[in-house]
Design a protein around this ligand. Structure first.
Ligand code: ADP
Ligand code: ADP
Length: 227
C-alpha cells in the first residue's frame, strides 16, 4: 500500500522566480524509510514542507494514505515533522513538551499520560520527564523532539536533518537507535539529509535530488553503485 504519493508536484518561490520543485512524482509504500539526498538548494526542505502542509504546491497533488491532502491544514494531515533545530519549549518539562501536541488536540488526560509514558519508555526518557530542556544533553533533547512527534502516532514522519546538530558520537548512537525504532514501529519516513552514511545505513530507499527534481530513486546499494 502506498502511504505517501506526490503527482506532478511543482513549487516555486518569489512569484515563480525561484523554482524549487519541478514536477516531482513519488510513491512511498507504507513502512518504508526514504532518505532524500542532494546538494543544498535542490529542494529537499521544500518537499518536506509541502507534505507537512507548511507550503502549498503551485501544481500537482499530494496523497497520504490515499487521501488527497494538498489544501488540508497541517494539523489535519496526520504527519509529524522533526527539524534540525528541534525547538523544545524551554519553560516546559520534557513531559509537558511531549504532551503538548495531544493536549492542544484535546486528548483526555489519561490517554495523554499513557502515550507520553509509552513513548518515553521507548526512547529511554522515562527518568528525564521532570527535567527542563536546558538540563538535557543534545542527544536527550533530540530524543525529546522525536518523542513529541512519535506521541501523535502520525501516518508519515518527516525529518529534516534531525541529527546534524549532534556531535559525531551521539549522532552515530542516535542513528542506529532511530533506525531500530522506526523499523519496530513500521513507520513511513521521509528523511532529509546530506550525509551519505546516514542515507546508506538507515534507509530502505534513497532519492537523490538535483535542481528540484528526483534524479535517482532506489535501494541504497543500487543508487550508490551507479556512476
Ligand atoms: P534544500 O532543502 O535542498 O537546501 P530548499 O527546498 O530549502 O532546498 O530550497 C530550494 C530552492 O528554493 C532554493 O533555491 C532556495 O533558495 C529556494 N527557497 C527555499 N525557501 C524559500 C523561500 N521561503 N523564499 C524564497 N526562496 C526559497
Ligand atoms: P496544567 O498546567 O494545565 O496542569 P500540565 O501540562 O502541567 O498542565 O500537566 C498536564 C497533566 O499532566 C496534569 O494532569 C499533570 O499533573 C500531568 N503531568 C505533568 N507532568 C507530569 C509528569 N512529569 N508526570 C506525570 N504527570 C504529569
Amino acid at each position: 500500500m502506498i502511504q505517501l504519493e506526490l503527482r506532478g508536484v511543482s513549487k516555486s518561490y518569489l512569484r515563480g522566480r525561484v523554482p524549487a520543485l519541478r514536477k516531482v512524482d513519488l510513491a512511498l509504500p507504507r513502512g518504508k524509510f526514504l532518505a532524500v539526498l542532494g546538494p543544498s538548494g535542490c529542494g529537499k526542505s521544500t518537499l518536506l514542507r509541502l507534505v507537512a502542509g507548511l507550503e502549498e504546491p503551485d501544481r500537482g497533488e499530494i496523497f497520504i494514505a490515499g487521501r488527497r491532502v494538498d489544501g488540508v491544514p497541517p494539523a489535519r494531515r496526520n504527519v509529524a515533522m522533526v527539524f534540525q533545530n528541534y525547538a523544545l519549549y524551554p519553560h516546559f518539562t520534557v513531559y509537558q513538551n511531549i504532551a503538548l501536541g495531544l493536549k492542544l488536540r484535546g486528548f483526555p488526560r489519561q490517554e495523554i499520560d499513557r502515550r507520553v509514558r509509552e513513548v518515553a519508555r521507548l526512547l529511554g526518557l522515562e527518568d528525564l520527564l521532570e527535567r527542563y530542556p536546558r538540563e538535557l544533553s543534545g542527544g536527550q533533547q533530540q530524543r525529546t523532539a522525536l518523542a513529541r512527534a512519535l506521541v501523535r502516532e502520525p501516518e508519515v514522519f518527516l525529518l529534516d536533518e534531525p541529527l546534524s546538530n549532534l556531535d559525531a558520537q551521539i549522532r552515530e548512537e542516535t542513528r542506529s537507535e532511530l533506525k531500530r525504532l522506526f523499523r519496530r514501529l513500521e513507520a513511513t519516513v521521509l528523511y532529509v539529509t546530506h550525509d551519505q552514511i546516514e542515507a546508506l545505513t538507515m534507509a530502505d530507499l534513497v532519492a537523490v535530488m538535483e535542481s528540484g527534481e528526483i534524479r535517482q530513486l532506489g535501494p541504497p546499494e543500487e543508487v550508490y553503485h551507479r556512476p
